[in-house]
Design a protein around this ligand. Structure first.
Ligand SMILES: Cc1cc2nc3c(=O)[nH]c(=O)nc-3n(C[C@H](O)[C@H](O)[C@H](O)COP(=O)(O)OP(=O)(O)OC[C@H]3O[C@@H](n4cnc5c(N)ncnc54)[C@H](O)[C@@H]3O)c2cc1C
Length: 412
């Protein structure tokens, strides 16, 4: 069988791509070594916009979240609340599997178990080598969509440059039993997660996920975080073993080549601020199929033709990835006292409303809020006070003359 497209990876990106290909009548084949589709380390939080565009079955939603509490390095708690849900904590395995089931119903072929071990690209097509237990096979296709997740070695096999480890966070997460935790809590400060943040996310019953993600070196940070939550009475005990997996914070330099498109985490398309990647993976799968459909129809799989995909995702995600990354770079150099003063300035009761109440507030799109903070009469001064490290962000987010900020000295 010659497939129009072989999709490697049945995560959010690959399944959505397969669904859209099959809906358009193309012969799509998805290969994933994972038998339990979607069972990859993740917290399973998606924003309101993602939910509206890619609905999750009501039975697979653990919770709708219209509030969360941020805990500063010095232990001050800031509750952020909106009247309607901003995000949903979902059963990720069921959600991702349900997209795969729709793709299968629409006609996509799924091969679960085989691992893709080799890629051969030629003028005539794509040959994919797979291995499963003792057997080897070769699949033939016209186009290859790599949806194989974080740091996939297949990207280099397809002749593209990989993302590099400096461009990723390591996420570490454990499932715990909690004592009455009803709301997501986000913990900031270098003791919890250097240059980043930790989370306590309630699922159903009394289960919750505790995790951290950072680009800096982890050295017993997760066990210490869990033990601090135990001391504060929020967590009873860990009920599963901790797991680690990477999250990209920058896109690949190039996400297409002749007969190849790279989507989702494999392409580095996750939010550099929080590491959330489900929505961007879905969007990139969708955008890839727009280009793929045209290529299949014309029989033109040249890099020139497939370049449209990169233009497409850049138009939607490019600004977010660029500004989000600069904000991350700035945040990563802050000491705990600076993080404290940033939170005090942005989340002070009178200022908080400027951000939270505005229509710009979004779980999925952060660049507008970052821009707003840089230009804000109070928060902007605090950010400018972080010195040269804030200049990259300030340059990317030009300030109007009226909004130009004066240096601000944090209170001792
Ligand atoms: C700790 C942690 C928490 C997270 N929490 C959230 C969150 O709450 N919300 C959010 O939006 N994002 C979150 N993310 C990020 C999110 O999980 C990813 O961005 C998202 O899963 C990317 O989807 P994807 O389809 O690109 O790749 P993946 O979901 O990684 O899927 C890739 C698939 O490819 C398969 N594969 C890889 N190589 C091969 C091969 N050689 N042969 C066959 N199959 C192969 C894998 O088995 C896998 O199923 C989190 C990440 C981590 C690490």
């Amino acid at each position: 069988m010659l497939y129009d497209a072989i999709v490697v990876g049945a995560g959010p990106a690959g399944n959505l791509a397969a669904l859209r290909l099959a809906e358009a009548g193309h012969r799509a084949c998805v290969v994933d070594w994972r038998q339990n589709i979607g069972d990859k380390l993740c917290t399973g939080i998606v924003g309101r916009e993602c939910m509206a565009r890619y609905p999750v079955n009501p039975g697979d939603i653990y919770r709708a979240a219209n509030s969360a509490t941020l805990v500063s390095p010095s232990g001050k708690r800031f509750k952020l609340a909106k009247t309607r849900p901003q995000a949903y904590i979902v059963n990720r395995v069921s959600f991702v599997s349900s997209i795969a089931a729709q793709a299968q119903q629409a006609g996509a072929t799924y091969l679960l178990g085989p691992k893709v071990t080799g890629i051969q690209l030629s003028d005539r097509g794509v040959a994919i080598q797979t291995e499963y237990q003792a057997s080897r096979d070769v699949l033939q296709g016209r186009l290859l969509i790599l949806a194989s997740g974080f740091a996939s070695p297949l990207v280099k096999m397809a002749g593209l440059a990989g993302g590099g480890h400096g461009n990723a966070m390591i996420g570490s997460q454990v499932e715990v039993e909690t004592a009455g935790v009803e709301e997501t809590e986000v913990y900031l400060g270098n003791a919890v997660a250097p240059g980043s943040f930790g989370w306590l996310v309630p699922l159903a019953d009394s289960r919750a996920l505790v995790g951290i993600a950072t680009r800096k070196k982890l050295n017993g940070h997760l066990p210490e975080f869990v033990s601090s939550l135990q001391k504060s009475g929020k967590v009873r005990a860990a009920v599963k073993k901790p797991q680690n997996w990477g999250i990209p914070v920058r896109p690949l330099p190039k996400t297409y080549a002749e007969r190849v498109l790279v989507v989702g985490d494999a392409a580095g398309l996750a939010k550099p601020t929080t590491g959330g990647g489900i929505y961007y993976a879905l969007l990139s799968g969708e955008i890839a199929v727009k280009t793929a459909g045209g290529a299949i129809a014309r029989g033109d799989f040249s890099a020139r033709m497939l370049r449209e995909y990169e233009k497409g995702w850049k138009a939607v995600l490019g600004k977010e990835l660029r500004i989000g990354y600069l904000a991350r770079v700035l945040y990563e150099v802050l000491g705990d006292r600076q993080i404290d003063s940033l939170l005090e300035s942005v989340l002070a009761k009178d200022v908080q409303e400027d951000f939270l109440a505005s229509e710009d507030f979004s779980f999925d799109w952060h660049s507008v809020l970052i821009k707003k903070a840089v230009n804000h009469r109070v928060a902007g001064r605090v950010i400018a006070s972080f010195g040269p490290d804030s200049s990259g962000l300030a340059r990317a987010v030009p300030m109007s003359r009226d909004e130009a900020v004066q240096p601000f000295v944090p209170q001792p």
